[in-house]
Design a protein around this ligand. Structure first.
Ligand code: NAP
Length: 248
């Protein structure tokens, strides 16, 4: 069975590693290609957009794709919507493989907001040291709150970093350890942390460090995912693939 994995996440990488070498599945990992040095994948990879719903529908048909696993980031709304529509029209089974969101724990000081603009508003009028960890997209939104001192962490240099004069840029890729996150936030005097509710273990340490240090966290809620079958563990995703293989 030809299996298309929509990727760009650690879930997609884990799934790619799990199906690599299987004789009953011919997987293809699809990446948008924005990360400058992506980790090499153990399965064939294609890069770039499909060209909307119609482009994806045509890709599914011309490549005889038998099933799709949407393992994109929970905030990658457009590709997930496109996958839901294209798979429905093409009658190709679709699984959304995603990590559960983080939940507020006792001791957490969270402000939950819908979208980055609301996150900017939540920082308040006074000057604060703000740790931005929501990724390089939508960084420019913080330019309208120039009173803050920004510490920005991203995998690659964000083009919009110049919109935040005086921002300190840290280039790093998770996973991050709790002790390192705590030390960084203490040394930098972080007063507010901004994060998307991405979920998963790789970047959770900053939430725990904020709890320990009494740092307020502005948490951007997830967009609503399209309806459909969902797995939150690798073993459930593998079982779903097994159940959708054509009979020999
Ligand atoms: P998006 O807004 O949902 O997608 C924008 C367009 O990029 C899509 O319409 C599609 O173009 C193309 N695209 C996205 N993911 C693709 C994939 N895996 N393979 C082929 N084309 C893809 O997505 P985004 O928020 O910009 O995120 C882009 C990628 O980065 C995703 O793959 C996601 O998993 C990863 N990522 C995103 C975040 C985040 O916070 N958003 C964080 C970490 C990783 P066409 O319409 O031309 O097909």
């Amino acid at each position: 069975m030809r299996l298309l994995i929509l990727g760009g996440t650690s879930e997609a990488s884990a799934l790619a590693a799990a199906v690599a070498g299987r004789e009953d599945v011919a997987p293809i990992l699809s990446l948008v290609g924005r990360t400058e040095n992506p980790k090499p994948a153990p399965i064939p990879t294609r890069t770039g957009g499909f060209g909307g719903v119609e482009g994806l529908r045509s890709y599914l048909s011309s490549n005889a794709i038998g099933a799709v696993v949407d393992a994109t980031h929970p905030f990658a709304e457009q590709i997930s919507r496109n996958a839901a529509r294209a798979c429905a029209v093409s009658r190709v089974p679709l699984l959304v493989f995603t990590r559960p969101p983080w939940r507020r724990e006792p001791g957490d000081d969270w402000i939950e907001v819908d979208g980055i603009e609301a996150a900017v508003d939540a920082l308040g009028a006074g000057m604060r040291t703000v740790f931005l960890t929501h990724g390089r997209l939508q960084l420019a939104a913080f330019a309208r709150a120039p009173q803050h001192r920004y510490l920005v962490r991203a995998i690659d240099r964000p083009a919009a970093i110049d919109a935040l004069p005086g921002a300190r840029l840290l280039l790093a890729r998770g996973p991050f350890a709790l002790a390192d996150e705590e030390q960084l936030m203490r040394e930098e005097g972080v007063e507010l942390l901004v994060t998307k509710n991405s979920g998963g273990a790789a970047t959770y340490a900053k939430i725990e460090a904020a709890r320990r240090l009494g740092v307020r966290v502005v948490v951007v809620r997830r967009p609503t995912a399209p309806d459909g079958e969902t797995a939150t563990t690798l073993s459930d995703a593998i079982a779903w693939i097994g159940a959708h293989r054509p009979a020999p």
